[in-house]
Design a protein around this ligand. Structure first.
Ligand code: COA
Length: 566
């Protein structure tokens, strides 16, 4: 279908086993796959990555064209092995060096991933942590989440957001977002980290919060805000205030989500200054923590400057004032612990219908997930013929089967150099347009995992960010760019006006593009929902499927909602 076999792999996911299984390959795909395999030896990487991934998830190919929840495993899959034969997952010895190269590259990427994760987990650094815990007597954001959530198996989103931006490092964009269970209900959480510049909001923090709200809407998940923020990060106010997707959009979304009957609960567990004060005020139910939580549009220093009056934060906008006088909050909690218990109680009273407990039965993968590291592609030197996959996407849509896109699109040279290449381009254009239309209109949950390249227009057809997948993750080896740095010299437009076009400038451009293509660069800017390790892919995808499944049981009616644009 696409110019790399892994990119054309669309997995069918069983609706009844959504949470645990990646089910079967399309027959169309298998046909194409066999054709591909007759040709090049480099298909090894592609073939094996497919085989290995598949064998890890489905030791025997499985079909769900009939309701199979009533069948035993053997009956369910045994009868389809003729139509869906098990692919050979072994690695030809001639290609082992590719595996080794991929492995080395993956290890280097994972090392960078681990170092960065360690850095991010320290928030604003030692001094800020001391100030937060010793002087301000507050819990750290991860301790708060531990008290709020049922367990630690939450799905954290975009932890690398805010890394190495033009305006500096903003660890985790100063705000943790993710999806975790509270009293058995999957909830999106959005929690300021006040160790990062007092929890103030940078442009990247706004983007992260808007994405969390979008996930809540798209998957109809309730939202919990833990607010501890000094409001706008003032030096960047021009990038935070006036535009449509700036700070005000968070409040607009809160109102729209309420109208959509998506419950929102807030905890005031620190300062909520200026814009920060609207988040809890607009939530449906709000808990404030005594002596720790405060809300005001302008804090005591500004009051002093404006009126000359000395007033304490507690008197100006503390827990007692807001729960007894202003009515901005609904619940008074004497400690943080009590506040999170209160939130859990609120969620218990939402009259939320939950999916029935399922005993999921599935086979373990045949191979160790660690082997995926050798299958994470490092290079994109070979391409395959395009086969349109739109019909398959339409079938999934008609049958309400979620789609997992394993994206590995290869970069293309910009201009055709022969007639046959020109024809190829034209055919590709038509096929891509058809696939894009099918993907955009497929009314089923979609998850995109970029396992290698995310290059140019083909990435749209494989459900890139602009095609609104419910979730989009990257492996650390992923490359994200419109064009490959190797082709930069063939793009006359790549040179700016001052560029004389000598080799050193070209080299500089190439290095810049190389750096900008890294998975970390992408994740820092929130072009995705985070980087995940290849060996954790199965777990994360299963988690996403379970999360998405919850919406079927939500009390809110899906009809009669106002049009929402997040
Ligand atoms: N913009 C930019 N930086 C801010 C900031 C803001 N709105 N609010 C706080 N900071 C910075 C501080 O300069 C300090 O930076 P440093 O660590 O480099 O010294 C850091 O955040 C922590 O602030 P600090 O006041 O030392 O911590 P605190 O825990 O005592 O208080 C706040 C935190 C948020 C309660 C307090 O800083 C505050 O009230 N800030 C002003 C909030 C405000 O008026 N916002 C208006 C936005 S429109």
């Amino acid at each position: 279908m696409w110019n790399n076999i892994t990119s054309c792999t669309l997995w069918r996911l069983s609706p009844s086993f959504m949470a645990s299984r990646i089910q079967t390959l399309t027959p169309l795909f298998i046909r194409n796959y066999k054709d591909f395999c007759k040709n090049k030896h480099t298909i090894w990487t592609l073939r094996n990555s497919l085989c290995q991934v598949m064998k890890k998830t489905v030791p025997t190919l499985k079909c769900n064209t009939i309701p199979h929840r009533f069948l035993s495993n053997k009956a369910r899959y045994g009868q389809y092995t003729k139509t869906f034969p098990v692919l050979d997952g072994s690695i030809p010895s001639v290609c082992e060096h590719v595996f080794e190269e991929n492995l080395r590259n993956s290890e280097a990427c994972i090392q960078r991933y681990s170092e960065l994760l360690c850095k991010v987990s320290k928030g604003g650094g030692e001094n800020a942590i001391l100030r937060h815990t010793q002087r301000n007597k507050k819990l750290l954001v991860r301790e708060r989440l531990r008290m709020l959530l049922d367990d630690e198996t939450f799905l954290e989103l975009s932890p690398f957001a805010g890394f190495d931006l033009p305006y500096g490092d903003v660890p985790a964009a100063g705000c943790l977002t993710g999806i975790g269970k509270i009293c058995g209900v999957w909830c999106v959480f959005m929690a300021n980290d006040a160790t990062v510049k007092g929890g103030t909001i940078y442009p990247i923090s706004v983007k992260k919060q808007l994405r969390a709200q979008q996930i809540a809407v798209q998957n109809r998940l309730l939202l919990v805000y833990l607010v501890d923020s000094g409001g706008a990060f003032l030096p960047l106010q021009a990038e935070l205030f006036p535009d449509q997707s700036h700070g005000g959009r968070v409040f607009y979304n809160e109102a729209i989500m309420s109208a959509m009957k998506i419950p929102q609960v807030a905890v005031v567990c620190g300062s909520c200054t200026a814009g920060g004060a609207y988040v809890p005020t607009m939530a449906e139910e709000t808990v404030i923590v005594d002596k720790i939580g405060s809300m005001f549009l302008a804090g005591p220093p500004l009051v002093k400057a404006a009126t000359g009056e000395d007033i304490s934060p507690e008197d100006l906008g503390g827990a007692s004032m807001h729960s007894k006088v202003s009515g901005c909050v609904d619940h008074f909690a004497s400690s943080e612990k009590e506040a999170y218990e209160c939130v859990r109680n609120i969620i218990l009273t939402l009259n939320y219908e939950l999916p029935p407990e399922e005993t999921l039965e599935y086979d373990d993968p045949l191979y160790s997930a660690e082997e995926l590291l050798g299958l994470a592609p490092r290079g994109y030197s070979y391409t395959l013929h395009i086969k349109p996959g739109s019909h398959f996407v339409q079938l999934c849509s008609q049958r309400s089967i979620p789609i997992l896109f394993l994206q590995n699109t290869a970069p293309h040279a910009p201009e055709p150099t022969s007639l046959s290449q020109a024809e190829d381009h034209t055919n590709r254009l038509k096929a891509q347009a058809s696939m894009m239309a099918a993907v955009a209109c497929a009314a089923v949950p979609k998850i995109t995992l970029v396992i290698g390249g995310c290059y140019g227009n083909e990435s749209y057809a494989m459900c890139g960010r602009s095609f609104d997948p419910n979730f989009l993750f990257l492996w650390p080896n992923a490359r994200v760019a419109l064009v490959d740095s190797k082709h930069i010299s063939t793009f006359p437009q790549a040179r700016d006006d001052d560029c004389t076009g000598d080799d050193s400038e070209l080299m500089h451009l190439k290095e810049k593009l190389e750096e900008e293509s890294s998975a970390f660069h992408s994740s820092a800017r929130l072009w995705d929902d985070g980087i995940i390790l290849p060996q954790n892919s199965r777990k994360v995808i299963a988690q996403c499927l379970t999360i998405m499944k919850q919406q079927k049981y939500q009390i809110a009616s899906l009809q009669h909602n106002p049009v929402i644009r997040l």
